[in-house]
Design a protein around this ligand. Structure first.
Ligand SMILES: [Zn+2]
Length: 191
């Protein structure tokens, strides 16, 4: 097959060279309101791969990215944290046969961290892509949380743009007595 990122022949969906180059990009943290959001990449360095989201190959690409990012991150995190941690993906809605965010949160299962799949779903699925901050504020996601109350949670999403969605999610979880530790995303649109 060919590498989805550079189109060169490769045994895997993302070739070794692309993986090593992606790894050189640094993690960054952005604070939106009271929520710290940790991202593994800048959106521009991952754009081609993230565009696969609603294509059939997106399933394998998101899984590969989760193995490179979310999995090692949580393994290191739980080593230095004794609590049980719950993982909540933003709106794990099935589209084109799978929920891409669920592929990220699934990779975060360890002996002391547990994904609560499809526990935070949006009632409003209006498209945010290319829309202004004002539009996003006027059209909230209307999340419904059906996960555990009173637990420690890491929020997970694929992309952070304005951070509005993550802040809204944080608010809903707090209203259920959840302690939101921080959010993790693959890519940050802000350069
Ligand atoms: Zn490649």
């Amino acid at each position: 097959m060919r590498c989805y990122s550079c189109s060169k022949l490769s045994f895997k969906i993302i070739c070794k060279i692309c993986i090593s180059q992606l790894f050189t990009s640094n993690m960054s943290t952005r604070t939106v309101g009271t929520l710290d959001v940790i991202s593994f990449f800048k959106y521009s360095s991952l754009e081609t791969l993230l565009h696969s989201k609603h294509k059939p190959e997106g399933y394998r690409i998101y899984k590969a990215l989760a193995q490179m990012t979310m999995k090692p991150f949580i393994e290191e995190f739980v080593e230095s944290d004794d609590r049980d941690i719950y993982i909540v993906g933003i709106d794990e809605y099935v589209k084109s046969g799978y929920a891409h965010v669920a592929l990220l949160s699934r990779a975060m299962k360890t002996k002391t961290s547990f994904p609560l799949h499809s526990s935070l779903m949006a009632k409003n699925r209006v498209k945010y892509s290319g829309k202004s901050l004002q539009f996003r504020l006027e059209n909230p996601r209307d999340f419904v949380y059906k996960g555990k109350a009173g637990v420690d949670v890491i929020l997970v999403d694929d992309i952070i743009t304005t951070g509005i969605t993550l802040q809204e999610a944080q608010k809903v979880l707090i209203s259920h007595g959840v302690n939101v530790l921080f959010a993790l995303t693959l890519a940050d649109v802000e350069e």
